[in-house]
Design a protein around this ligand. Structure first.
Ligand code: SAM
Length: 277
């Protein structure tokens, strides 16, 4: 029998994949957690029915959420990742030799354990546990409220703004992010689809602009996510990510990111510029 799984991306749109095998299904205190092996995307992590990452295309999201902010900062030493339970973002952060310490604060320990077991290519840093990495199972909102003047770069690798991720898209959280960053720090957050989450993108951009002198949005092409185009938003106290012409990235082993793409990902189509006006 053929088995198909649909993620309902909007009320009226779904992405359906043919499943080879269901590898895991469970429930944590926060969400339903599943791993399925699929024909087109390979193994995929699914939380509350929403596709989070796949072995096939994860490199795009994880390289773009990590290397754009890390190559914008001239000397990132201390980095905080909120969420990112599959481990792909910290794997990329740890490619930067300047990084002395990376804290990862993920609310759901089950996501970490399941990723280590079924997605080892993505979670390799969580398995090998390099000395620079400190993993905390905690609410990122609570962690941020306590932090002050600590981080060079903060990466908010969160799920959608529902369930445990809801509070990561609020003005109060952005105020805490601003406070947690050093005087020249910057942060990036995954901010959903420019096709299907326009009101959210508009509102959070306004909230971030109210706090940070430099606010920029960039795009990457990610087949797994709604519409295939995905938005990231940067708030920066000093360095402009769109003008960071940083050649350090040329030496890094990546499959999507490169220094030319770093500059060009900030060139936005008119319909996205209109959302941000
Ligand atoms: N690449 C993904 C995407 O855009 O769909 C995000 C993947 S990562 C798995 C998202 C993680 O954020 C999940 O593991 C979830 O448990 C975590 N998360 C959600 N809310 C959180 C919070 N308040 N604090 C820390 N982690 C949180």
């Amino acid at each position: 029998m053929e088995l198909w799984f649909t993620e309902h991306q909007t009320k009226h749109l779904g992405l359906t994949v043919r499943v080879k095998e269901t590898l895991y299904m469970g429930k944590s205190d926060f969400q339903d957690v599943a791993v399925v092996d699929t024909y087109e995307f390979g193994r995929m992590l699914v939380l509350d029915g929403v596709f989070q990452t796949s072995v096939y295309d994860e490199f795009i999201y994880h390289e773009m959420i990590a290397h754009v902010p890390l190559f914008t900062h001239p000397n990132p030493k201390r980095v905080l990742v909120i969420g990112g339970g599959d481990g792909g973002t910290v794997r990329e952060v740890l490619k930067h030799p300047t990084v002395e310490r990376v804290e990862m604060v993920e609310i759901d320990g089950l996501v970490v354990e399941v990723s280590k077991k079924f997605l080892p290519e993505i979670s390799e840093a969580l398995i090998s546990k390099p000395a620079q990495l400190e993993l905390k199972i905690d609410d990122g909102i609570r962690h941020m409220a306590k932090a002050q003047d600590l981080y060079d770069v903060i990466i908010v690798d969160c799920s959608d703004p529902i369930g445990p991720g809801e509070g990561l898209f609020t003005p109060a959280f952005y105020r805490d992010v601003h406070k947690a960053l050093k005087a020249d720090g910057l942060f990036v957050q995954q901010t959903e689809s420019p096709f299907y989450h326009q009101a959210l993108i508009k509102d959070l951009r306004k909230d971030i602009e109210a706090l940070f002198p430099i606010t920029k949005t960039y795009l990457a092409h990610i087949p797994l996510y709604p519409g295939g185009a995905h938005c990231f938003t940067v708030g920066s106290k000093q360095y402009d990510p769109a003008n960071s012409a940083n050649r350090r990235g040329a030496d890094l082993k990546t499959r999507y990111y490169n220094p030319e793409l770093h500059s060009s990902c900030f060139v936005l189509p008119n319909f996205v510029k209109d959302i941000l006006k």
